[in-house]
Design a protein around this ligand. Structure first.
Ligand code: HEC
Ligand code: HEC
Length: 392
């Protein structure tokens, strides 16, 4: 048997992973909180926070309660790594909105990952996954990466799928749970079903109970006047933030069916400009890493700003320690690094998005923007027992 590599698995999974017409879709991700909600009714008892739409579900991976419970068990299970030291939760901690507080993580075998662990807040609403991959359009495909990937090793399951499945089978909780999660499947304990269960669990990680959400729902006392001034700055033509962090999830628009390069959006925000060439440091050069097109240098996805106050450090490489540093970067229309291997004037990056224009903030305006960010923290989400470690 040939070694199972990530790409082989993706190819193997491709026909089984829904794409295109069989996906239920939130049709207008640009819509505000009162926007249209997917009319199709799913029998799964979603507990969707008020104002959020029904998540997309691939036709071949329908939601059910046992599948979500199975996915949660797997997410928190160190059997998920080759040496049984790591689980998904090792890099995705609930109380940090499923980030890990590190600039960049270390995988199960000690290898450094070049990218910052991402929040899993509302991942159900994304059209593209990870910081910069125009092709990664499904949670099902994404999960294969940390399990089997080798550049770098995260969970380190490559070539160990039989060993891993035997381990899973030996845990008394699992066989009946796989059977009820995948009714009608004669051999439900499979890599593909592990991936499906993980994805079903992740689709339930919905966050929409922040003070700002409560304000939108009519509780005018839920947020401070300062936060509301910050919201107005965020949405102003002075700061331009809303263009890339807009809609109900404060993230880039992500339609996805059939036109990955057209409909996904990625931006160079002027974080680096090595030697004035526009380059970002490898291997963090954005979608350029995949397309090798010069214009794609430094282009990354604009992530959700929900729960942003608890997900420091920031950016694809964790290179901004605080939200103050993030604001300094945007105010300067790009970051200047004066010495060291990454020195350069980011604001002069030739590939920079035209919306990164710079602005001046008074101390009060800065405090207002930070208060707005704080108002996006959803404590219900960060402490919801449904998302916590089921093994302890
Ligand atoms: C070693 C740490 C580590 C482990 C273990 C890990 N992740 Fe991640 N996760 C990351 C990093 C780093 C990224 C960003 C990757 C990138 O952009 O290339 C990420 C990104 C993601 C994303 C994309 C989120 C988004 O907004 O696009 C999802 C979903 C995800 N991980 C789920 C999982 C699941 C499921 C597992 C277990 C099977 C897992 N992760 C294991 C570090 C980790
Ligand atoms: C042109 C699109 C664009 C605009 C305008 C924009 N952003 Fe971003 N934002 C991005 C992208 C892309 C990233 C990821 C950049 C990276 O890591 O290389 C990002 C990252 C961030 C992050 C870090 C997210 C994380 O999880 O680490 C914060 C916070 C943020 N932006 C806030 C803002 C604020 C505040 C404004 C307005 C002052 C703003 N953005 C304007 C595209 C944009």
């Amino acid at each position: 048997m040939p070694p199972i590599t990530t790409s082989l698995l993706v190819v193997a999974l491709a026909p089984l992973i829904a794409c295109g017409d069989n996906i239920k879709r939130f049709d207008d991700p640009d819509a505000g909180i009162d926007g249209p909600v997917d009319a199709e009714v799913d029998p799964y008892p979603w507990q969707i926070p008020p104002g959020l739409p029904t998540p997309l579900v691939p036709a071949d991976n329908p939601m059910n309660v046992d599948k979500v419970e199975l996915g949660r068990r797997l997410f928190y299970d160190t059997r998920m790594s080759g040496n049984q030291t790591f689980s998904c939760a090792s890099c995705h901690h609930q109380e940090l909105a499923f980030t890990d507080g590190m600039a960049t993580p270390i995988g199960s075998t000690g290898q450094a990952h070049p990218r910052n662990s991402m929040s899993l807040t509302n991942v159900a609403y994304l059209g593209r996954y990870t910081w910069g991959n125009p092709l990664l359009a499904e949670l099902e495909t994404q999960a294969v990466g940390p399990m089997f990937g080798t550049e770098p090793v995260e969970l380190g399951l490559r070539n160990l799928d039989a060993v891993f499945l035997a381990r899973v089978e030996a845990e008394p909780i699992y066989p009946p749970l796989f059977a009820s999660a995948f009714p009608g499947d004669p051999s439900p304990i499979s890599i593909m079903n592990v991936v499906r269960a993980l994805s079903a669990f992740q689709r339930t990680l919905l966050s929409g109970n922040s003070p700002y959400d409560k304000y939108l729902q009519g509780d005018v006392t839920a947020v401070s006047a300062s936060a509301l001034r910050g919201r107005d700055l965020f949405n102003s033509e002075k700061c331009e933030c809303f263009h890339c962090h807009g809609g109900f999830n404060f993230q880039d628009v992500n339609h996805y069916v059939g036109k990955p390069f057209v409909e996904a959006r990625f931006h160079n925000t002027g974080l680096y400009n090595l030697n004035g060439t526009g380059d970002y440091p490898a291997p963090n050069r954005g979608i350029y890493e995949l397309t090798l097109m010069p214009a794609d240098m430094g282009k990354f996805r604009a992530p959700t700003l929900r729960n942003i106050a608890v997900t420091a450090p920031y950016f694809h490489d964790g290179s901004a320690a605080t939200l103050d540093d993030v604001l300094d970067h945007y105010a300067a229309a790009g970051r200047t690094i004066s010495s060291g291997p990454n020195a350069g004037v980011g604001s002069a990056n030739p590939y920079k998005d035209t919306l990164i224009i710079g602005f001046t903030l008074s101390a009060q305006e800065r405090a207002d923007l930070l208060a707005f960010f704080d108002s996006l923290t959803d404590d219900v989400f960060l402490t919801d027992p449904r998302f916590s470690d089921p093994w302890h």
